[in-house]
Design a protein around this ligand. Structure first.
Ligand code: EPZ
Length: 419
Protein backbone atom coordinates (compact mmCIF):
# COMPACT_ATOMS: atom_id res chain seq x y z
CA UNK A 1 0.00 0.00 0.00
CA UNK A 2 1.33 3.43 -0.90
CA UNK A 3 1.45 6.51 1.25
CA UNK A 4 1.88 10.20 0.51
CA UNK A 5 4.62 12.29 2.04
CA UNK A 6 4.02 16.02 1.99
CA UNK A 7 6.46 18.71 3.06
CA UNK A 8 3.98 21.51 3.56
CA UNK A 9 4.07 25.27 3.68
CA UNK A 10 4.47 26.04 -0.04
CA UNK A 11 2.17 28.54 -1.73
CA UNK A 12 0.63 26.82 -4.71
CA UNK A 13 0.75 28.65 -7.99
CA UNK A 14 0.14 27.88 -11.64
CA UNK A 15 -2.41 26.21 -13.81
CA UNK A 16 -3.71 22.67 -13.79
CA UNK A 17 -6.19 20.89 -16.07
CA UNK A 18 -9.35 19.38 -14.65
CA UNK A 19 -10.17 15.73 -15.45
CA UNK A 20 -13.49 14.25 -16.51
CA UNK A 21 -15.96 13.88 -13.65
CA UNK A 22 -16.01 10.52 -11.89
CA UNK A 23 -19.59 10.96 -10.73
CA UNK A 24 -20.77 11.79 -14.25
CA UNK A 25 -18.71 9.08 -15.93
CA UNK A 26 -20.05 6.22 -13.78
CA UNK A 27 -23.76 6.58 -14.69
CA UNK A 28 -22.76 7.24 -18.33
CA UNK A 29 -20.85 3.96 -18.39
CA UNK A 30 -23.87 2.08 -17.05
CA UNK A 31 -26.20 3.87 -19.48
CA UNK A 32 -24.38 2.05 -22.30
CA UNK A 33 -26.40 -1.01 -21.22
CA UNK A 34 -29.51 0.68 -22.65
CA UNK A 35 -28.53 0.09 -26.29
CA UNK A 36 -26.23 -2.41 -28.04
CA UNK A 37 -23.81 0.30 -29.17
CA UNK A 38 -21.03 0.57 -30.19
CA UNK A 39 -20.72 3.47 -27.75
CA UNK A 40 -17.96 6.04 -27.42
CA UNK A 41 -17.22 7.96 -24.24
CA UNK A 42 -14.48 10.60 -24.26
CA UNK A 43 -12.74 12.48 -21.43
CA UNK A 44 -13.02 9.56 -19.01
CA UNK A 45 -10.78 10.04 -15.98
CA UNK A 46 -8.31 7.23 -15.25
CA UNK A 47 -9.46 6.20 -11.79
CA UNK A 48 -9.98 3.04 -9.84
CA UNK A 49 -13.78 3.50 -9.76
CA UNK A 50 -13.83 3.74 -13.56
CA UNK A 51 -11.81 0.53 -13.86
CA UNK A 52 -14.24 -1.14 -11.45
CA UNK A 53 -17.18 -0.03 -13.62
CA UNK A 54 -15.43 -1.36 -16.73
CA UNK A 55 -14.84 -4.69 -14.97
CA UNK A 56 -18.48 -4.86 -13.98
CA UNK A 57 -19.61 -4.19 -17.56
CA UNK A 58 -17.13 -6.75 -18.93
CA UNK A 59 -18.49 -9.28 -16.41
CA UNK A 60 -21.97 -8.72 -17.84
CA UNK A 61 -20.63 -9.54 -21.31
CA UNK A 62 -19.81 -6.06 -22.67
CA UNK A 63 -16.78 -5.56 -24.88
CA UNK A 64 -14.76 -2.75 -23.39
CA UNK A 65 -11.79 -1.15 -25.10
CA UNK A 66 -10.18 1.90 -23.56
CA UNK A 67 -7.28 4.02 -24.73
CA UNK A 68 -6.25 7.66 -24.19
CA UNK A 69 -9.25 8.57 -22.09
CA UNK A 70 -11.71 7.39 -24.75
CA UNK A 71 -13.70 4.26 -24.17
CA UNK A 72 -15.32 2.17 -26.85
CA UNK A 73 -17.90 -0.19 -25.56
CA UNK A 74 -20.34 -2.64 -27.15
CA UNK A 75 -23.14 -4.17 -25.12
CA UNK A 76 -24.61 -6.46 -27.81
CA UNK A 77 -23.61 -9.64 -26.02
CA UNK A 78 -24.86 -9.02 -22.50
CA UNK A 79 -25.23 -12.52 -21.05
CA UNK A 80 -25.25 -11.91 -17.31
CA UNK A 81 -27.67 -9.78 -15.30
CA UNK A 82 -25.70 -9.77 -12.09
CA UNK A 83 -23.66 -7.12 -10.26
CA UNK A 84 -21.77 -9.27 -7.74
CA UNK A 85 -21.04 -8.39 -4.12
CA UNK A 86 -17.24 -8.18 -4.71
CA UNK A 87 -17.73 -5.24 -7.10
CA UNK A 88 -20.68 -3.49 -5.43
CA UNK A 89 -18.80 -3.65 -2.12
CA UNK A 90 -15.87 -1.72 -3.58
CA UNK A 91 -18.04 0.71 -5.51
CA UNK A 92 -21.61 1.54 -4.52
CA UNK A 93 -22.37 3.22 -7.85
CA UNK A 94 -22.53 -0.34 -9.26
CA UNK A 95 -26.21 -0.30 -8.23
CA UNK A 96 -26.74 1.95 -11.26
CA UNK A 97 -26.85 -1.16 -13.48
CA UNK A 98 -30.24 -1.94 -11.99
CA UNK A 99 -32.33 0.55 -14.00
CA UNK A 100 -30.64 -0.07 -17.38
CA UNK A 101 -30.66 -3.90 -17.07
CA UNK A 102 -34.30 -3.98 -16.03
CA UNK A 103 -35.29 -1.58 -18.78
CA UNK A 104 -33.52 -3.44 -21.59
CA UNK A 105 -33.59 -7.07 -20.43
CA UNK A 106 -36.43 -7.19 -17.92
CA UNK A 107 -34.28 -8.52 -15.12
CA UNK A 108 -31.35 -7.74 -12.86
CA UNK A 109 -29.65 -9.22 -9.81
CA UNK A 110 -27.63 -6.68 -7.88
CA UNK A 111 -25.91 -7.06 -4.53
CA UNK A 112 -27.17 -4.73 -1.82
CA UNK A 113 -24.32 -2.32 -1.13
CA UNK A 114 -24.59 -2.23 2.68
CA UNK A 115 -23.39 0.74 4.74
CA UNK A 116 -20.19 2.59 4.09
CA UNK A 117 -17.77 4.91 5.85
CA UNK A 118 -19.93 8.02 5.40
CA UNK A 119 -23.32 6.61 6.40
CA UNK A 120 -25.96 3.93 5.90
CA UNK A 121 -26.68 5.02 2.31
CA UNK A 122 -29.73 2.84 1.58
CA UNK A 123 -31.11 2.33 -1.94
CA UNK A 124 -34.76 2.10 -0.84
CA UNK A 125 -35.77 5.05 -3.04
CA UNK A 126 -34.26 3.41 -6.15
CA UNK A 127 -36.25 0.25 -5.41
CA UNK A 128 -39.48 2.04 -4.54
CA UNK A 129 -39.33 3.92 -7.84
CA UNK A 130 -38.70 0.77 -9.88
CA UNK A 131 -41.61 -0.93 -8.10
CA UNK A 132 -43.84 2.01 -9.01
CA UNK A 133 -42.80 1.34 -12.61
CA UNK A 134 -44.07 -2.23 -12.32
CA UNK A 135 -40.91 -4.13 -11.37
CA UNK A 136 -41.16 -7.07 -9.00
CA UNK A 137 -38.44 -6.82 -6.43
CA UNK A 138 -37.27 -9.41 -3.89
CA UNK A 139 -34.36 -9.30 -1.54
CA UNK A 140 -32.60 -12.64 -1.31
CA UNK A 141 -29.23 -13.59 0.16
CA UNK A 142 -28.09 -10.00 0.19
CA UNK A 143 -29.13 -9.45 -3.43
CA UNK A 144 -31.87 -7.37 -5.01
CA UNK A 145 -33.64 -9.56 -7.55
CA UNK A 146 -35.75 -7.50 -9.92
CA UNK A 147 -37.85 -8.41 -12.91
CA UNK A 148 -40.40 -6.76 -15.16
CA UNK A 149 -41.95 -7.71 -18.51
CA UNK A 150 -41.71 -4.08 -19.61
CA UNK A 151 -41.40 -1.17 -17.22
CA UNK A 152 -44.35 1.22 -17.21
CA UNK A 153 -44.10 4.98 -16.86
CA UNK A 154 -45.09 6.29 -13.41
CA UNK A 155 -45.18 9.43 -11.29
CA UNK A 156 -42.48 9.07 -8.63
CA UNK A 157 -41.90 11.45 -5.75
CA UNK A 158 -38.54 11.09 -3.97
CA UNK A 159 -38.65 11.56 -0.18
CA UNK A 160 -35.20 13.16 -0.46
CA UNK A 161 -33.45 14.22 -3.65
CA UNK A 162 -31.15 11.28 -4.40
CA UNK A 163 -28.50 11.59 -7.10
CA UNK A 164 -28.13 7.85 -7.77
CA UNK A 165 -31.87 7.24 -7.44
CA UNK A 166 -32.67 9.99 -9.96
CA UNK A 167 -30.05 8.56 -12.36
CA UNK A 168 -31.23 4.95 -12.00
CA UNK A 169 -34.88 5.83 -12.60
CA UNK A 170 -34.14 8.29 -15.40
CA UNK A 171 -32.23 5.55 -17.23
CA UNK A 172 -34.95 2.97 -16.57
CA UNK A 173 -37.67 5.32 -17.78
CA UNK A 174 -36.04 5.95 -21.17
CA UNK A 175 -37.18 2.50 -22.36
CA UNK A 176 -40.38 2.21 -20.31
CA UNK A 177 -43.84 2.26 -21.83
CA UNK A 178 -45.36 5.75 -21.38
CA UNK A 179 -44.42 8.79 -19.35
CA UNK A 180 -42.43 8.90 -16.13
CA UNK A 181 -42.37 11.97 -13.94
CA UNK A 182 -39.67 12.23 -11.27
CA UNK A 183 -40.55 14.75 -8.56
CA UNK A 184 -38.17 16.16 -5.95
CA UNK A 185 -35.44 14.89 -8.27
CA UNK A 186 -31.76 15.64 -7.67
CA UNK A 187 -30.52 18.69 -9.62
CA UNK A 188 -26.78 18.00 -9.70
CA UNK A 189 -24.88 18.90 -12.91
CA UNK A 190 -24.10 15.17 -13.31
CA UNK A 191 -27.85 14.54 -13.76
CA UNK A 192 -27.90 17.08 -16.60
CA UNK A 193 -24.85 15.43 -18.15
CA UNK A 194 -26.54 12.01 -18.08
CA UNK A 195 -29.75 13.47 -19.53
CA UNK A 196 -27.79 15.09 -22.39
CA UNK A 197 -26.05 11.80 -23.21
CA UNK A 198 -29.38 9.93 -23.14
CA UNK A 199 -31.00 12.59 -25.34
CA UNK A 200 -28.13 12.08 -27.79
CA UNK A 201 -29.14 8.39 -27.86
CA UNK A 202 -32.71 9.36 -28.77
CA UNK A 203 -34.29 9.48 -25.30
CA UNK A 204 -37.03 12.01 -24.63
CA UNK A 205 -36.21 13.84 -21.38
CA UNK A 206 -37.30 17.26 -20.15
CA UNK A 207 -36.48 19.14 -16.98
CA UNK A 208 -33.10 17.63 -16.00
CA UNK A 209 -31.46 20.14 -13.65
CA UNK A 210 -34.85 21.07 -12.13
CA UNK A 211 -36.68 19.12 -9.45
CA UNK A 212 -39.18 17.67 -11.92
CA UNK A 213 -37.96 15.49 -14.76
CA UNK A 214 -40.29 14.09 -17.40
CA UNK A 215 -39.24 11.11 -19.48
CA UNK A 216 -41.29 9.76 -22.38
CA UNK A 217 -40.28 6.13 -22.96
CA UNK A 218 -39.13 5.02 -26.42
CA UNK A 219 -38.78 1.51 -27.91
CA UNK A 220 -35.06 1.61 -28.44
CA UNK A 221 -32.04 3.87 -28.20
CA UNK A 222 -29.07 4.45 -30.49
CA UNK A 223 -25.39 4.29 -29.50
CA UNK A 224 -23.92 6.87 -27.11
CA UNK A 225 -21.21 9.25 -28.34
CA UNK A 226 -20.45 11.64 -25.53
CA UNK A 227 -17.78 13.62 -23.72
CA UNK A 228 -17.83 13.51 -19.91
CA UNK A 229 -18.22 16.89 -18.14
CA UNK A 230 -15.37 18.35 -16.03
CA UNK A 231 -15.05 17.18 -12.43
CA UNK A 232 -16.36 20.01 -10.24
CA UNK A 233 -15.18 18.33 -7.04
CA UNK A 234 -11.64 17.79 -8.31
CA UNK A 235 -11.60 21.41 -9.52
CA UNK A 236 -12.95 22.60 -6.16
CA UNK A 237 -10.26 20.66 -4.32
CA UNK A 238 -7.50 22.52 -6.23
CA UNK A 239 -9.18 25.88 -5.69
CA UNK A 240 -9.48 25.36 -1.93
CA UNK A 241 -5.82 24.25 -1.89
CA UNK A 242 -4.90 27.53 -3.60
CA UNK A 243 -6.93 29.57 -1.14
CA UNK A 244 -5.63 27.90 2.00
CA UNK A 245 -1.96 28.07 1.00
CA UNK A 246 -2.30 31.76 0.09
CA UNK A 247 -1.45 30.90 -3.51
CA UNK A 248 -2.97 31.53 -6.93
CA UNK A 249 -4.16 28.59 -9.00
CA UNK A 250 -6.09 28.29 -12.24
CA UNK A 251 -8.07 25.19 -13.08
CA UNK A 252 -8.31 24.81 -16.84
CA UNK A 253 -11.62 23.44 -18.08
CA UNK A 254 -13.48 23.94 -14.78
CA UNK A 255 -17.05 25.15 -15.08
CA UNK A 256 -17.86 28.02 -12.68
CA UNK A 257 -21.58 27.55 -13.23
CA UNK A 258 -21.38 24.10 -11.58
CA UNK A 259 -19.59 25.48 -8.54
CA UNK A 260 -21.46 28.59 -7.48
CA UNK A 261 -22.01 27.63 -3.82
CA UNK A 262 -18.33 26.81 -3.32
CA UNK A 263 -17.07 29.88 -5.17
CA UNK A 264 -19.26 32.20 -3.17
CA UNK A 265 -18.04 30.64 0.10
CA UNK A 266 -14.42 31.01 -1.08
CA UNK A 267 -15.07 34.70 -1.73
CA UNK A 268 -16.72 35.08 1.68
CA UNK A 269 -13.59 33.51 3.15
CA UNK A 270 -11.55 36.28 1.52
CA UNK A 271 -10.31 34.57 -1.65
CA UNK A 272 -10.48 36.25 -5.05
CA UNK A 273 -12.24 34.30 -7.78
CA UNK A 274 -11.80 35.13 -11.47
CA UNK A 275 -13.08 33.19 -14.45
CA UNK A 276 -11.91 33.34 -18.05
CA UNK A 277 -13.67 31.19 -20.65
CA UNK A 278 -11.01 28.47 -20.28
CA UNK A 279 -9.79 28.76 -16.71
CA UNK A 280 -11.16 29.38 -13.25
CA UNK A 281 -8.71 31.16 -10.97
CA UNK A 282 -8.61 31.50 -7.21
CA UNK A 283 -6.17 33.61 -5.24
CA UNK A 284 -5.88 33.07 -1.50
CA UNK A 285 -6.48 35.85 1.04
CA UNK A 286 -3.94 37.36 3.45
CA UNK A 287 -6.13 36.16 6.27
CA UNK A 288 -8.71 33.38 5.94
CA UNK A 289 -12.12 34.56 7.17
CA UNK A 290 -14.03 31.91 9.09
CA UNK A 291 -17.38 31.26 7.39
CA UNK A 292 -20.23 28.87 8.09
CA UNK A 293 -21.36 26.20 5.66
CA UNK A 294 -24.17 23.69 5.53
CA UNK A 295 -24.06 20.91 2.96
CA UNK A 296 -27.14 20.45 0.83
CA UNK A 297 -28.24 18.85 -2.40
CA UNK A 298 -27.26 20.92 -5.45
CA UNK A 299 -27.35 23.92 -5.85
CA UNK A 300 -26.43 24.01 -2.14
CA UNK A 301 -22.91 23.52 -0.84
CA UNK A 302 -21.76 20.03 -1.95
CA UNK A 303 -21.16 17.40 0.70
CA UNK A 304 -18.24 16.20 -1.46
CA UNK A 305 -16.42 19.51 -0.69
CA UNK A 306 -17.22 19.65 3.05
CA UNK A 307 -14.04 17.93 4.26
CA UNK A 308 -11.74 20.01 2.03
CA UNK A 309 -13.44 23.25 3.07
CA UNK A 310 -13.11 22.26 6.71
CA UNK A 311 -9.35 21.84 6.20
CA UNK A 312 -9.25 25.48 5.10
CA UNK A 313 -11.43 26.64 7.99
CA UNK A 314 -8.98 25.13 10.52
CA UNK A 315 -6.80 28.15 9.61
CA UNK A 316 -9.59 30.74 9.76
CA UNK A 317 -9.56 33.91 11.87
CA UNK A 318 -12.56 32.93 14.02
CA UNK A 319 -14.98 30.04 14.39
CA UNK A 320 -16.65 28.31 11.48
CA UNK A 321 -19.78 26.20 11.97
CA UNK A 322 -19.86 23.35 9.46
CA UNK A 323 -23.10 21.37 9.24
CA UNK A 324 -23.28 18.11 7.30
CA UNK A 325 -26.91 17.67 6.27
CA UNK A 326 -26.61 15.07 3.48
CA UNK A 327 -24.81 12.13 5.11
CA UNK A 328 -25.02 11.16 8.76
CA UNK A 329 -21.41 10.25 9.38
CA UNK A 330 -19.15 12.38 7.25
CA UNK A 331 -16.79 13.83 9.86
CA UNK A 332 -14.13 11.10 10.04
CA UNK A 333 -11.50 13.57 8.90
CA UNK A 334 -12.02 15.59 12.11
CA UNK A 335 -9.96 13.35 14.39
CA UNK A 336 -7.10 13.31 11.89
CA UNK A 337 -7.20 17.11 11.53
CA UNK A 338 -7.08 17.34 15.33
CA UNK A 339 -3.89 15.28 15.24
CA UNK A 340 -2.45 18.06 13.07
CA UNK A 341 -3.37 20.71 15.63
CA UNK A 342 -6.86 21.70 14.47
CA UNK A 343 -9.32 22.89 17.10
CA UNK A 344 -12.65 21.23 16.24
CA UNK A 345 -15.54 20.02 18.34
CA UNK A 346 -18.52 18.12 17.00
CA UNK A 347 -22.05 18.30 18.23
CA UNK A 348 -24.52 16.21 16.27
CA UNK A 349 -24.25 17.11 12.60
CA UNK A 350 -22.29 20.30 13.23
CA UNK A 351 -18.58 20.82 13.68
CA UNK A 352 -17.36 24.01 15.33
CA UNK A 353 -13.98 24.74 13.77
CA UNK A 354 -11.98 27.32 15.69
CA UNK A 355 -9.15 28.65 13.58
CA UNK A 356 -5.56 28.06 14.71
CA UNK A 357 -2.48 29.94 13.54
CA UNK A 358 -0.86 26.85 11.98
CA UNK A 359 -1.36 23.15 11.33
CA UNK A 360 1.53 20.81 12.08
CA UNK A 361 2.63 17.85 9.98
CA UNK A 362 1.77 14.43 11.44
CA UNK A 363 1.20 10.85 10.34
CA UNK A 364 -2.50 10.58 9.45
CA UNK A 365 -4.77 8.02 7.92
CA UNK A 366 -7.33 8.47 5.17
CA UNK A 367 -10.77 6.95 5.69
CA UNK A 368 -12.69 7.79 2.53
CA UNK A 369 -12.18 9.64 -0.70
CA UNK A 370 -12.95 13.24 0.27
CA UNK A 371 -11.54 12.83 3.80
CA UNK A 372 -8.29 11.83 2.09
CA UNK A 373 -8.39 14.95 -0.07
CA UNK A 374 -8.94 17.03 3.07
CA UNK A 375 -5.81 15.56 4.66
CA UNK A 376 -3.77 16.29 1.54
CA UNK A 377 -4.87 19.94 1.71
CA UNK A 378 -4.11 20.10 5.42
CA UNK A 379 -0.67 18.60 4.74
CA UNK A 380 0.03 21.14 1.98
CA UNK A 381 -0.71 24.02 4.34
CA UNK A 382 0.93 22.54 7.46
CA UNK A 383 4.48 23.03 8.57
CA UNK A 384 6.93 20.11 8.50
CA UNK A 385 6.02 16.68 7.16
CA UNK A 386 2.66 14.96 6.84
CA UNK A 387 2.47 11.26 5.99
CA UNK A 388 -0.89 10.06 4.74
CA UNK A 389 -1.51 6.32 4.66
CA UNK A 390 -4.33 4.31 3.05
CA UNK A 391 -4.32 6.58 0.04
CA UNK A 392 -6.04 3.98 -2.15
CA UNK A 393 -9.19 5.98 -1.38
CA UNK A 394 -7.68 8.92 -3.27
CA UNK A 395 -7.03 6.78 -6.33
CA UNK A 396 -10.75 6.06 -6.56
CA UNK A 397 -11.52 9.67 -7.35
CA UNK A 398 -8.47 11.83 -8.18
CA UNK A 399 -6.44 11.35 -11.35
CA UNK A 400 -2.69 11.95 -10.91
CA UNK A 401 -3.34 14.01 -7.80
CA UNK A 402 0.24 14.26 -6.64
CA UNK A 403 1.61 15.04 -10.10
CA UNK A 404 -0.97 17.79 -10.49
CA UNK A 405 -0.10 19.27 -7.09
CA UNK A 406 3.63 18.99 -7.86
CA UNK A 407 3.08 20.98 -11.04
CA UNK A 408 1.70 23.75 -8.79
CA UNK A 409 4.84 23.77 -6.65
CA UNK A 410 3.81 21.34 -3.90
CA UNK A 411 6.37 19.03 -2.33
CA UNK A 412 4.40 15.80 -2.39
CA UNK A 413 5.58 12.29 -3.09
CA UNK A 414 4.03 8.82 -3.23
CA UNK A 415 6.10 6.06 -1.66
CA UNK A 416 5.45 2.41 -0.88
CA UNK A 417 4.17 2.07 2.73
CA UNK A 418 7.15 -0.02 3.93
CA UNK A 419 9.78 2.49 2.73
C1 EPZ B 1 -23.79 10.55 -5.06
O1 EPZ B 1 -23.99 9.45 -4.18
C2 EPZ B 1 -22.31 10.67 -5.26
N1 EPZ B 1 -21.79 9.44 -5.86
C3 EPZ B 1 -21.62 10.96 -3.92
O2 EPZ B 1 -20.25 11.16 -4.21
C4 EPZ B 1 -22.21 12.23 -3.33
O3 EPZ B 1 -21.64 12.45 -2.06
C5 EPZ B 1 -23.72 12.11 -3.21
O4 EPZ B 1 -24.30 11.75 -4.51
C6 EPZ B 1 -24.40 13.36 -2.72
O5 EPZ B 1 -24.08 14.43 -3.56
C7 EPZ B 1 -21.89 9.26 -7.17
O6 EPZ B 1 -22.41 10.09 -7.90
C8 EPZ B 1 -21.33 8.01 -7.74
P1 EPZ B 1 -27.61 10.21 -2.80
P2 EPZ B 1 -25.42 8.81 -4.00
O7 EPZ B 1 -28.44 9.05 -3.23
O8 EPZ B 1 -26.16 8.88 -5.28
C9 EPZ B 1 -30.16 9.20 1.10
C10 EPZ B 1 -17.89 11.06 -3.68
O9 EPZ B 1 -17.11 11.36 -2.73
N2 EPZ B 1 -30.80 8.13 0.30
O10 EPZ B 1 -27.84 11.52 -3.45
O11 EPZ B 1 -25.25 7.49 -3.36
C11 EPZ B 1 -28.68 8.91 1.38
O12 EPZ B 1 -28.50 8.02 2.44
C12 EPZ B 1 -19.27 10.56 -3.37
O13 EPZ B 1 -17.59 11.14 -4.88
C13 EPZ B 1 -31.82 7.39 0.85
O14 EPZ B 1 -32.22 7.58 2.00
O15 EPZ B 1 -26.06 9.82 -2.95
C14 EPZ B 1 -28.13 10.29 1.60
O16 EPZ B 1 -28.36 10.68 2.92
C15 EPZ B 1 -19.49 9.84 -2.14
N3 EPZ B 1 -32.38 6.39 0.10
C16 EPZ B 1 -28.98 11.16 0.66
O17 EPZ B 1 -30.13 10.38 0.35
C17 EPZ B 1 -31.98 6.12 -1.18
O18 EPZ B 1 -32.53 5.22 -1.81
C18 EPZ B 1 -28.29 11.54 -0.64
O19 EPZ B 1 -27.72 10.38 -1.23
C19 EPZ B 1 -30.95 6.90 -1.72
C20 EPZ B 1 -30.36 7.90 -0.96
Amino acid sequence: MDKLIIHGGKRLSGEVAVSGAKNAALPLLFATLLSPGPHRLANLPRLRDITTAERLLAGLGAEVDSSNGTLKIATEQINSMEAPYELVRTMRASVLVLGPLLARYGKARVSLPGGCAIGARPINLHLKGLEAMGAEIHLENGYVEASAARLEGARIHFDVPTVGGTENLMMAATLARGTTILENAAREPEIIDLAKALQGMGASIEGAGTDTIMIEGVDDLSPMDYQVMPDRIEAGTFLVAAAMTGGRVGVKGACAEHMEALLSKLEEAGATVAASPETLWVEGPQEIQSVNIKTQPHPGFPTDMQAQFMAMMTLGNGTSMITEAVFENRFMHVSELQRMGADISIEGHTAAVKGVSALHGAPVMATDLRASACLVLAGLAADKTTEISRIYHLDRGYENLEEKFRSLGADIERVPEQK
